[in-house]
Design a protein around this ligand. Sequence first.
Ligand code: PMP
Length: 382
Amino acid sequence: MSWQQRIEQTLHHRQQQGLLRRRLAVSVSPHASLALGEQHFTHFSSNDYLGLSHHPAVIDAWCKGAQKWGTGAGASGHVTGYSPCHQLLEQTLAEWLGFPRAILLSSGFAANQALIFALAESSDTLIADKLMHASLQEAATLSPARYRRFPHNSLDGLARQLGATETKNRLVITEGVFSMDGDQAPLAAISEMCREHQAWLMVDDAHGVGVLGDEGRGSCAQQQIKPDILVVTFGKALGVSGAAILCSNAVAEYLEQSARHLIYSTALPAAQAEAVLTSIDIVRQQPEYRLKLAQNISDFRTLCLQQGIALTDSLTAIQPVIIGDNHRALAVAQSLQSAGYWVQAIRPPTVPVGSARLRITLSAAHSTEQIIGLVEALHHAL
Ligand code: PMP
């Protein structure tokens, strides 16, 4: 089959199965407002959990940063792209999250891949939760290491995999908060199991950092564990973009030698690093954002319960409503849109077949009235 035929056939199949993906050019503004052309919505689909992407101080830091450092880093950090501002951000992250070192990458996707590709050799084993992020799944599949998966959040499954593998170097990979389900990994038990089996633990806390734990230190701080490697991203609760790998001195130096996404890619702009530094300041010093988010999550769950809307056990900002069928998930999302609420329908392969869902995300930026309105609209749409 030619490329042209294959492409056309794939698009046709995806269309028929209700799986065609589209990017729409939307304008997001403060207070969870979203405009698509002339139409206006309240959105419940962003990972901007604290509303910091429109915080005046974060915007100001970015603008002043651009004036000071220019708009682009101009090169990889190994050439001229690493500034005192990048260095300060790494030091701040390391101190905040309690690790010897932090290494900045331009996205969470790149950070996960950089780490796995740099670390894993053919004599090693990667053992990962089945629902871990696509960036990790792909890196683990393509890496020369042996790759084993355990059922989502199953301690028995993890124990079986640890018992069944004998390679010297084993890296257990999980997430703090799972991106499509919002549930949390039992990190304390996983960490203990890794210690017993002398395996390293890597936690991707893209959805936990900034939101959970004392001073927003994330899932690991909340569950009082220290993994060997922690990946945090700046595009979610911190409201910017970019990521960092938190690790030991030796791992950081090793990544500086061998992480290709670090060495062969333009560093994130220093202005962006300035914005992230300001976000971290806000997260650490102003717990009211986290408290407002917690209140919004609690209000949403209580209102859904009152309306008989079935939710999962998630207690985080990610509150999926499982629909099952792809077409129905799209129809419910469409009906919410007609009522003025923008909620993304998530379908396979992002989530398992038969578990299409509305991925509702709450933010400190939502007002109580917006949440009441969403639940009423949901009640009518389901
Ligand atoms: N890890 C997890 C768990 C994620 O949900 C995401 C974003 N969807 C990433 C990593 C990738 O982060 P980024 O958007 O910064 O590339």
